[in-house]
Design a protein around this ligand. Structure first.
Ligand SMILES: [Fe+2]
Ligand SMILES: [Fe+2]
Length: 194
């Protein structure tokens, strides 16, 4: 079940980023923190490129196995599949709000609201996966399924690790985000530089 551990770890990282952005937005709104547009931009990029484009496809693989083993949870899997497919619209709304805020500081509230919506959505999405889909995976996938899917996940992680210089190194980006995010969630505030 290494695949499930990888997905759970990714949920924790993503929840951490969502929490950090929320915290920063509250601090900015209260006048206690200067907004770091580069940091916000990097975090939105992480959400798009990692949460939406690398994380969900791995889950789709897992859920395909489940579909083949049982009809249980069919509706939930359909709902999750739709939510995965809607990633481009979700990210576009966030990027538009950030672009508006970048162009005009008075658009901060719009960005904060767009982010709040995104974070609410994502938190619920994770809850559905962890509370409903994961227990079904544990229950219905065979040892042989886990062996195959674990191997697929290991290959995916290795091929896209970013250590080859051809793919983005998301673990390095995550560490950089955490370094720049304000305490107590991160080790900053520190200006984010590309
Ligand atoms: Fe997902
Ligand atoms: Fe997920």
């Amino acid at each position: 079940m290494e695949a499930l551990r990888i997905i759970s770890d990714e949920h924790q990282s993503l929840a951490g980023i969502l929490h950090a952005v929320r915290f920063m937005l509250k601090e900015v709104a209260a006048g206690r923190l200067e907004p770091d547009l580069k940091l916000f931009k990097a975090m939105v990029h992480y959400l798009e490129a990692y949460a939406e484009l690398r994380h969900h496809p791995k889950e789709d693989v897992l859920f395909k196995y489940l579909e083949q083993r049982t009809a249980e949870g069919k509706e939930v899997l359909e709902k999750l599949a739709v939510q995965h497919r809607e990633a481009p619209q979700r990210i576009a709304a966030l990027e538009q709000a950030l672009a508006a805020f970048t162009a005009d500081p008075s658009a901060f509230a719009g960005f904060a609201l767009a982010f709040e919506r995104y974070a609410d959505f994502y938190r619920n999405h994770i809850l559905i996966e962890e509370d409903i889909a994961f227990p079904l995976l544990r229950q219905h996938l065979s040892d042989a399924d886990w062996e195959t899917v674990d191997r697929e996940f290991r290959a995916e992680m290795q091929a896209n690790s970013g250590k080859d210089g051809k793919h983005e190194d998301f673990s390095a980006l995550f560490s950089k985000l955490v370094e720049c995010a304000p305490a107590p969630l991160g080790f900053g505030p520190r200006p984010f530089n590309d």
